[in-house]
Design a protein around this ligand. Sequence first.
Ligand SMILES: Nc1ncnc2c1ncn2[C@@H]1O[C@H](COP(=O)(O)OP(=O)(O)OP(=O)(O)O)[C@@H](O)[C@H]1O
Length: 704
Amino acid sequence: MSGVIMLQMSRFATRKLLQQWNINCKNPVRLYQLSGLTLMRSQRKLVCKNVFEASLFTHVRLGVTSGPRCVWTNFRASTPFTFYSTSTHSRQAAEHAGSEVKTNDKPGQVSTNDFKKLLQLAHPERWRLSAAVSFLVVSSAVTMSAPFFLGKVIDTVYSNSSEEFTSSLTSLCIMLAGVFLCGGAANAARVYLIQVSGQQIVRNLRESLFSSILRQEVGFFDKTRTGELINRLSSDTAIVGSALTDNVSDGLRSIAQAGAGVSMMFYVSPSLATFVLMIVPPMAGLAVIYGRYVRSISKQTQDALAQAMQLAEERISNLRTVRAFGKELTEVQTYAEKVDYVLRLAKKEALFTAGFFGVTGLSGNMIILSVLYKGGLLMGSEHMTVGELSSFLMYAFWVGISIAGLSSFYSELMKGFGAGTRLWELMERKPEFPLNEGVVLRPEQLKGALEFHNVSFAYPTRKDVLIFQNLSLTVPAGSVMAVVGSSGSGKSTLVSLLLRLYDPDSGMVTIDGHDIRNLNAYWLRSRIGTVSQEPVLFSCSIAENIAYGASDPSQVTTQDILRAAQIANAHDFINGFPKGFDTVVGEKGVLLSGGQKQRIAIARALLKNPKILLLDEATSALDTENEFLVQEALERLMQDRTVLVIAHRLSTIQNADAVAVLDQQHVVECGSHAQLLTNQDGLFRKLMERQALLHADPKLALAK
Ligand SMILES: Nc1ncnc2c1ncn2[C@@H]1O[C@H](COP(=O)(O)OP(=O)(O)OP(=O)(O)O)[C@@H](O)[C@H]1O
């Protein structure tokens, strides 16, 4: 398989973009250059390594213009492909092209912007963190003064000739015990404050991330994997929180202790200190390399984990389908491959970590050995006392621990930046349509007349497949419009456009003459009720599911819920359950039958009391009694509202005020049931005849 990439932009911008894209491919990619890319001209064939997965990469033609707007032309991709980029332009373009967007953090590269954002997260916790830092200063001062005083104790013990020996030793030890007690208390206070701040930051991050996710337009969810979002919400937030608190606190402690330790080493013995510190620069270099590597591999691991989680989540939530197809073993195998990849990355990290800690451990011991050797010589020449050598050793030990702490501080901080980049990418993403901005009509202004004016539309993920082209349709206020058409003709898409889940590419959808793009989307949806073919209920009680329809569920009384359930013909079956309205319906309402779910969804829509109703009739057959009960409930729900119903039943089509027939990207016929039947060559008549034949002889109908 091969692909063609067409680039139309300045030489500099192209080179930069290619660097950022990290374009890699197992297969040869032919690069055609349209303007000034000499670098690539000679390389008609470019063999790259890994990112464009060959299996996903079929045929891609990109037309890119440089400058503030990134206009994409000639883009054709039959399957979405992975697109790695850090530049805003190319990222927007990738989204525009319907590809999955990933940031390509180059290992170890942290911008000041990233740093500022991390600091901003910690800003609300500044007082608690400042208090924690004060306690940190106290506890570190105690820790670092300990070797000095312990050295004094040792010297006192060695000079035990005087009478005052016992009393001075006792008072020194009592004083030291008091100091250590203060240090312990300060350390406990520091840990408590840091942990609380960390949890608070994680909580705030999760809230704003969740809010940002829920604000995104539906098109975003068409191209973003749920598992990836969940992973960001659960694990990335925790990583950032701990990087900012526990890690910074440990890092600061390490810095303070390393600084104090080194100073004390020079104070105790400058010559020994100079000798020992020669080892520090190479160790620091090693730590930086290690930190960079950890950052890059941690990002890869997180991405791989997100993929595994996505698979697990989708298969577990659709277990019935997996079971019905007997795919348990295949799914386990696929999942195992994904977690194997995570394991391979973890092993790589483990190998590197093992090497790093092996080298640091060895260096630590070698330092101690050399200090003992050189210190022994100094003691022999009476340039040092035994207490001083002991103090020095303890300081060297603390400095070693602090430097090891610093290296893990650095790698954890890098992990935090990696996770932070993924979070900010999502939190800063501006939804295509704002949720709560725009015109709100007064109740008396809203009549419910719907109109599609020359609407053309293609889904953002498949820009090259037009669903509607210059489609026009009028639904007068208070009327019932049935929409019919073959499968895939775009009936549900009409509903999505009315709910403003997507915007038309051209033309407009109006309600009472107002372009819905100018209306407040939140208000608009609160005035539209929907009952879909397979209503989704939440895993809570029946009463809560019904109350969900109201704009403020806390204001809904039990009486309201009972009345809605009665009108929706749901009251009797609900009361048949031992827990009645408190019955929990299971995930997505799995504990209820299709007909029962539909009637609860109708009760939910009734409680919303919308002016406009969008119905998608169930195609799946219900038993006669259930069908009658659902139908009756729907008829009650439809009273005094403008209704657009995707109709599958003849009775619905016959009872509607008008019927619109969708075909070939627009409305081909519109009129009453009787009028449309008179058109001998009309599509509606053919559809009806076909449906009648399907009932009588399905084989013959399909053959036709
Ligand atoms: N989120 C989406 N992203 C991309 N394409 C989509 C999306 N949803 C639907 N489509 C495509 O749009 C076309 C119209 O789909 P739609 O669901 O509106 O048809 P429909 O008439 O309601 O079909 P059915 O009667 O089978 O429910 C189909 O070709 C479908 O594959």
